[in-house]
Every structure is written in structure tokens, then in C-alpha cells.
Write a protein that binds this ligand. Sequence first.
Ligand code: GDP
Ligand code: MN
Length: 381
Amino acid sequence: MDLFEYQGKELFRRHGIPVPRGIIAETPESARAATEILGGTSVVKVQVQVGGRGKGGGIVLADSPDDAEEAAARLFRDGFGGRRVSRVLVEERLEIAGEFYAAMLLDRSTGTDLAMVAAEGGVDIEELARTKPEALRRLHIDPEIGIHPYHLRALTGALPPEARDLVENILAGLYDVLTKEDATLVEVNPLVLLDDGRVFALDAKVTIDDNALFRQSEIEMFKSVHPIDPVEFRAREAGLQYVKLDGEVGIIGNGAGLVMSTLDLVQQAGAGAANFLDVGGGASADSIATSLEVILSDPSVRSVLVNIFGGITRCDLVAEGLLEALERVTPTVQIVVRLDGTNADEGRKILEDAEHPRIVPARTMLEAARRAADLAHGEAP
Ligand code: GDP
Ligand code: MN
């Protein structure tokens, strides 16, 4: 099974190989939103399993969210290389100082793995082997022995000295992908050295052995993988557990148990959760603020329920975080807040004193769930 670039990169990430920050987009609008999240510029990369995307207009350096939206719209409309395009990968722009090539594959003729590294990237590797063989290093690796530092040093010998250590780490990671994920090919073209000295896998081509899919259930899941939407991406980057659902109440809680019981109560109150977000144990003011921003960026949210049980988390800090968040975002919906546990009285007082028109305090979980459900159904606060 051939993986898409974004799936290959997901495997790379899991094995510690640096890849650019990236967001999958299925619409031109989300390509725009992704570019905004990535700082206003991006690289829009068509996700199809055909080569030569760079030369054929399938990779667009977008200088603005507008550019990215336009590029994505074109790719979705026209397709690429005769294929329909349903996804583009929107990645951060990197300042490239040098391009290399790295690959590992199962070599059936020798019954070993073959590793290759070239000091030039973004080029046709067969062509390079013919015209400039000294730039390419090839090494067979006996799977009984595995990859060792002397292999890595030999492979990186033709690269600029300042890049060798980092490339060695990446090669060890690629060998991990090859062996642990049952890949028959992992290819990185190009592997890039950045202006600041870091090395990234800019492209990923991974083929998984179909005969091994039965024991690679996670990879099997790639067959039906759901794209990461920009809201989920922001939550993940902030270290928050965010789950999108199809109701209308946005839920923020701390701790999985509390969040789950909040979902149940909202349901009992006759509404459904639009999403939920677990801010975790040590919920700080900043994480509450980010949580609220994330929850409110979901257009199906009609009301928000914040349910915090203070333990290590202090309710007064949560209250401050909420007020801080309301300076950063301007919600059009009401936010029901129930605070209990450590410093709950102080927290409630802070909210009461603030008299914020969007905050609706509630004493108990049940009362909070009912308020949030009513508000979601359009009742005045
Ligand atoms: P392929 O043509 O399908 O193999 O697509 P790649 O992912 O290998 O990208 C092709 C080329 O696009 C690379 O060799 C780079 O030169 C260029 N490229 C991709 N991402 C970036 C980026 O973040 N910054 C710059 N400057 N160039 C990029
Ligand atoms: Mn490539």
C-alpha cells in the first residue's frame, strides 16, 4: 500500500523524524485558514500518488492566505496528473539552504535492506547514479544486525559536515519506519538543510508491505483517515484534547471523567454536544483562554458549558483565564460556567464582579447543563 505524503509524514513524526508543520485541507477555505494558522505563508502540496508534483504545478509556494485558497481551488477543480484531488497538505514555508536524498528499501535480490543517501536532492536518483556516482552512497544492511553508527557515518560521508549528525538521526528514524512499520520503501526527496542548520524531511514516499497490514492496524486505518481540520490542529498544538461532535453545545472541562459526565448531562437536558475539550489536570489561565478560542471557532456551537472541578487547578485562575479569553475573542453565544473545588468561591466572585454579559454562572452541574441546553435552543439568558 502506497501512503500519501501526509500519511508518510505522520509516520515520520511518530519515529522522531522532523517534518514541517502541516495541516490537511479539503476545501479552499480550510487551505486559507491553515495558512493563517501557519503564519500567513505556506506551501500547498497536492496529495496524489504521482511524482513530479513540483514541476507540474502541484506544489505552490503561497505568499498569503489568498494565494493558498486560490491554489487549492485550482487543484480541487482541475485535479492533478489526471487524478481527482480531494486533499492538499498545507505546510509551513521553510528557508532551504541545501537539498539531499535519502531512501531505504527492501532489496529482495540480496535479502537485505538497502540504504541510500545522496548529497543532491529533488533530482532523479537513477540519473544521479549514472552521472555523478560519487554523490550517492549505498549500503546494504543485514536485518539480523540492524543499523549501527558505522553504517550511518558511511552513508552521510558525502554530505556537508554540518548536516551529518542530524541526517544520521534521521536515517536511524527511517530505518525504524522501514522495520517497525513493515515498509518496503521509505524515500525522502528532498531531505533539506535549513538556513538555521536544522534538517527536515520535506517529502515522504512510503510503501507498506500489504502482507503485513494485518499486524499494522494503525496503518490500515490510513485507508479511511479523517483529515485534521484547522480547529483540531490548533487544539493539538496547544496540547488540548479536542473532539468534534455533531450537537450544538460546546463543552470545556478538566479531566476525562468530568467531561464525559458533562456530555451525559447535556444530553439528558435535551441537547447535544457540538464538541468537547479536555483542558487536563493543571488547567492554566492560558490554556482556558486557548480552549475557549478553539471551542468558539466551531460554527455549530450555540452555547458553551465550562465545567471545572478545581483540584490542582485553582478555580480563581480558571475564572481569570475565562475573562482573559473574552478579551481575545468576542463570542456571539452565552457561556455557562460551573466552578467547584479548590478556590471555587473566589472564582465565582471574580466572575460575578466582572459582570460579563456573556457569562452565565451556574451552581451545579445539572443546572449548568440545563442552562446550556436551553441557551443552545435559543432561549434568552
Ligand atoms: P515532488 O515534486 O512531488 O517530489 O514534491 P516535493 O515534496 O519533493 O517538493 C518539490 C520541491 O518543492 C522541493 O524540491 C522544493 O524545492 C520545493 N519546496 C517544497 N516545500 C518547500 C518549502 O517549504 N520552501 C521552499 N523554498 N521550497 C519548497
Ligand atoms: Mn519529492
